[in-house]
Design a protein. Structure first.
Length: 69
């Protein structure tokens, strides 16, 4: 929550506050989607979700590497 508050204080606008809270909600939504997939979704949907997760992971890792250099 401190991260979200820092963004709100830094930008003083409603949009960043909404964005930061949406970013904080993403892991929760991801857990819900994974739980529903495990409960018996289509295999195609599950594999598509896995592909998306891998893509996001790759971009995340690439972004962190580029920030370090």
């Amino acid at each position: 929550m401190a991260f979200a508050e820092n963004i709100m204080r830094g930008w003083n606008a409603p949009l960043p506050a909404i964005l930061s809270s949406a970013i904080l909600m993403l892991p929760m939504l991801a857990l819900i989607v994974i739980a529903r997939a495990a409960a018996g979704m289509n295999v195609a949907v599950l594999s598509a979700w896995n592909m998306l997760l891998q893509l996001f992971g790759n971009f995340w890792i690439a972004g962190r590497r580029s920030r370090k250099h």
